[in-house]
Write a protein that binds this ligand. Structure first.
Ligand code: ADP
Length: 776
């Protein structure tokens, strides 16, 4: 209603006329009662009402009508009488009307200004929210603030947190030189307001001592009064100050204080908001830079939904550089695009999409391990999907290495199981013929020839078993790096002959044709026993994996400073993909297993180990299944000069001339007795004992030349017996030989420490023992 009246002068005067006429009518209504005595009573409220609403002019109009109306109600004659009560009453009414107009006008101007202020502040709020940047927001606040003060200079200073100093964030009306001084000084009114965290009023810059440092500046800029209001954050911290500068000395009015508070509050809110945003974006930046520099591929997916809200795909919303490397893209190539558009096969990996959807909808972390085809390199990833503000954060840790190792472990485990089964089989195999041969030998009706045959069988089988065990021990030594080579200048032909001698029974049994093409001048520096072991393994394999009547050829030649030995056969051959595998420990090619009485799968591993210990190299060649195989050994350090071949470790087989008194102690009676028979057959005197203490007693009684002691015996073990024997006067010179299943270097060191001269590993080879006994 009021704004409608205010819109035009006509409406305002019409309103005044209506109110005046109404007041007049009221007077005339009560005239019969009052007879004109209270002829002005309704006009004061009418004048106030019209002046405050419609302004001074309409108020004057109401007053005039009121005074005129009042005069009308008086007696016209007495009105003309000077100083008559009627005349005084009308004049008083006019004076009251004038006063009321002044009061009404005063209130009207106050209320209009307040309305105007409200309007300005409202406009300010409305505009501020549409301005994105803090400096522009502060400038608008400052401009509005100064205008409402009728001032042309003002500043908003904010605290520079790094330097803990105020800097000018927005200014109007100052020269650049002044801004430079104000911006860098910590002495101005703004600083005071900020430090004291309350309003600072410099009523007159010329007289206020607080303003002394900047007085000259104020004079130059035409400033005489400064009012500063601190900008206080919600938690009470001083963020800066808002100042307005006047050309004349003055104090702020109530209204100005209110406006300053409102504007300061607004500025503080926007500064705080900007700082919070800065913090958030700083955190985001840090988060992003940590994620970007992380070696773990990381992506954030946003779900894409259909009209029913169902997730149909995901959109890349972030990917770090590690993830981009995996996808072979730049992050910018993928961000914002659909997964199906960028990696069309991504969801072919069954269950992966469902897993992401589940993580997102159940708001739970989901983990899985998958092989990714998406990136084309078949890598394995450990994937962790975590819901993140409606999106999905996904980490992919590359676990390919671990998977490969796991598989290798599983494979090694499988091979170990297979090996143990084979080992059991291989060890049990010779037992049947041994048992049968023993039965035949025991049979009274057996002929001498049958008994000899049985003995041969037993010998051959035992030989086979001990070869197996030797191989096993050697492999273990190679693995632990404890295999020692006894290198010497050696003739290759004698090595080949020794190997052929070992493999001969099998070659003959399978009727193979063996060709040797080894020049007799080839010499090398190596361990002859070990190299013979390598070649006998290759020859035995050739015999095993070649059908009867096959051909086997051993050839050797010299190439620069390398000696090359090749063992070829016309056997079952090796498939290309198995060529590299056959040298692995316990490696056996399936097809070969059924083919021939297999071994333990360690022969080639052992061969490779020994060749490499010599600084050489071994490799297999084959045209494939059924095409025969060729194993090539290359050894360095060839001496092409004929030297004196002397095979180290050549067994010294006894000539049976030295007869010794021997104490043989072993709790395994069979082993003890069979060895005793062999030794007696060689012409030695043998006394048996089956535990430690009886061994010591027998030693005291017999005073033997040699004591053969088992280590693991009841009552006193071999070490103790040896120590006690060595402690006696007769024991000092006796030849002490340990016979044991323990063959580690540490076992040998222990037996040496206990006083043993020799350490023989079970099953002992009779020739070796006899050789030792024959030594002078
Ligand atoms: P094994 O005790 O099984 O013979 P090796 O280590 O000596 O163990 O050989 C490993 C595997 O290599 C054999 O199981 C066989 O499959 C293959 N192999 C070795 N030599 C030959 C060969 N001359 N011809 C075909 N296959 C062979």
């Amino acid at each position: 209603m009021w704004p409608w009246i205010e819109k035009s002068p006509t409406r305002r005067y019409a309103f005044a006329a209506v109110v005046a006429v109404a007041a007049s009518l009221l007077h005339w209504l009560i005239f019969p009662l009052t007879q004109g005595r209270t002829s002005f009573i309704f006009f004061p409220p009418a004048i106030i009402l019209v002046t405050t609403i419609a302004g001074r002019g309409p108020g004057v109009l109401v007053a005039l009508i009121g005074v005129f109306n009042s005069a009308l109600q008086k007696d016209a004659e007495s009105l003309l009488v000077f100083n008559s009560s009627e005349q005084v009453a009308v004049i008083a009414s006019a004076l009251v009307a004038g006063m009321l107009i002044w009061v009404g006008d005063y209130y009207r101007s106050i209320s209009r200004r307040e309305l105007h202020d409200l309007h300005e502040l409202h406009e300010l709020s409305a505009t501020l929210v549409s301005i994105p940047k803090l400096p522009d927001q502060l400038r608008l606040i400052l401009v509005t603030f100064a205008r409402m003060h009728g001032a042309d200079k003002g500043l908003i200073s904010t605290v520079d947190r790094q330097r803990d100093q105020l800097t000018v964030a927005a200014s109007i009306g100052f020269s650049p030189a002044a801004l430079e001084v104000v911006g860098e000084s910590n002495v101005g009114t703004s600083s005071l307001a900020r430090d004291e965290r309350r309003r600072v009023i410099i009523e007159d810059t010329e007289t206020d001592p607080r303003f002394a440092p900047l007085r000259d500046l104020a004079r130059n800029e035409g400033v005489r009064a400064v009012h500063a209001t601190p900008l206080i954050s919600r938690d009470g911290a001083a963020l800066g100050a808002l100042t307005v500068h006047f050309r004349e000395p003055r104090m702020p009015t109530e209204r100005e204080i209110r406006i300053a508070d409102i504007c300061a509050r607004k500025a503080a809110v926007f500064i705080e908001r900007a700082r919070a945003e800065e913090r958030v974006s700083e955190r985001d930046r840090r988060f992003e830079s940590v994620l970007s520099s992380s070696g773990v591929p990381f992506v954030v997916f946003s779900p894409v939904r259909d009209s029913s809200g169902k997730i149909t795909d995901f959109r890349w919303s972030f990917l770090n550089s590690a993830a981009a490397r995996v996808m072979r893209c730049k992050p910018a190539d993928f961000v914002g695009r659909l997964v199906t558009d960028t990696l069309p096969r991504a969801w072919n990996d069954r269950g992966r999409f469902e897993l992401y959807v589940e993580a997102l909808e159940k708001r739970e972390v989901r983990e899985t391990e998958r092989q990714s085809e998406a990136d084309g390199n078949q890598a394995w990833y450990h994937i962790v999907a975590t819901p993140l503000d409606g999106d999905l954060a996904v980490w992919f840790a590359d676990v390919t290495q671990r998977k490969v190792q796991e598989r290798a472990l599983i494979e090694a485990d499988r091979r170990k199981d297979e090996f143990l089964a084979t080992l059991a089989h291989e060890l049990r195999n010779p037992l049947a013929p041994i048992r049968q041969a023993a039965t035949i030998a025991r049979n009274e009706n057996a002929t001498e020839a049958q008994k000899r045959w049985s003995t041969n069988v037993i010998e051959r089988q035992v030989q086979h078993m001990s070869l197996l065990l030797d191989d096993l021990l050697d492999v273990s030594r190679i693995t632990h790096g404890t295999l020692q080579l006894r290198k010497q200048q050696t003739d290759l032909q004698s090595i080949v002959s020794a190997a052929v001698e070992t493999a001969r029974p099998l070659i003959d049994e399978r009727h193979h044709h063996l060709t040797l093409d080894v020049p007799d001048h080839l010499q090398m520096n190596g361990d002859p026993l070990r190299l013979a072991q390598v070649l006998s393994n290759l020859l035995t394999n050739a015999a095993k994996y070649t059908n009867p009547q096959g051909r086997i050829r051993v050839s050797a030649w010299q190439e620069d400073d390398m000696l090359t030995i090749a063992v070829e056969d016309t056997g079952i051959g090796i498939a290309k993909e198995d060529l590299a595998k056959v040298f692995g420990m316990f490696a056996q090619v399936r097809s070969a297993q059924d083919h021939a009485a297999g071994g333990l799968g360690i022969g080639l591993a052992l061969a490779r180990g020994i060749v490499e210990l010599h600084g050489g190299h071994i490799e297999a060649e084959s045209g494939g299944a059924g095409q025969g195989s060729r194993f090539i050994v290359r050894l360095p350090n060839v001496a092409a000069v004929r030297g004196d071949p002397a095979l180290a470790g050549a067994r010294r087989i006894g000539n049976g001339t030295a007869h010794r008194r021997i104490l043989l102690a072993d709790d395994n009676r069979d082993a003890a007795e069979s060895l005793a028979i062999i030794l007696r057959l060689e012409g030695h005197d043998v006394e048996l004992a089956h535990d430690g203490s009886s061994a010591l007693r027998s030693f005291a009684a017999l005073k033997p030349d040699v004591a053969l002691l088992d280590i693991g015996m009841p009552q006193a073990n071999g070490y103790e017996v040896a120590r006690q024997i060595r402690a006696t006067p007769e024991g000092a010179s006796v030849l002490l030989i340990a016979i044991t299943g323990w063959a580690q270097d540490s076992d040998k060191a222990e037996s040496r420490a206990a006083g043993f001269d020799h350490h023989l590993t079970k099953p002992i080879e009779p020739e070796t023992l006899i050789g030792l006994l024959d030594q002078p």
